[in-house]
Design a protein around this ligand. Sequence first.
Ligand code: FES
Length: 132
Amino acid sequence: MLTGVGAAAAGGLAGANSAAAAGSAATAADPVTPAADPVALGPAADIPVGGGKVYGTAMVVVTQPSAGDFKAFTSICTHWGCQVAAVENDQIICRCHGSRFSATDGSVLAGPATLPLGSTAVAVKDGQIILG
Ligand code: FES
């Protein structure tokens, strides 16, 4: 059973957010952080190829860099903690100060952010995006 969308997702990504806030040396090579419990976010059809969707309550951004290849990252910018705003042209965009991150691996494409977005496990089941 899939329950607790916001709480479970927040718990699963809390480590990544805390590490960024504390200024730790997270890298793109850090292991994927699993969510505490699987969480259904919504229809996979909502995620365009080359784009993505920010799930604000769950504090996650889901992207689809190529058809059928879904990725999930914390939606909290590693610069000063704004929630990222959008995914355009394979880039996750924070409008607070203009940082851009790769929609494929969360790495920094443009600062001021210097640390990547933490990733988390994501899958599609019965047409639904499942986090964890
Ligand atoms: S908080 Fe995202 S660029 Fe500053």
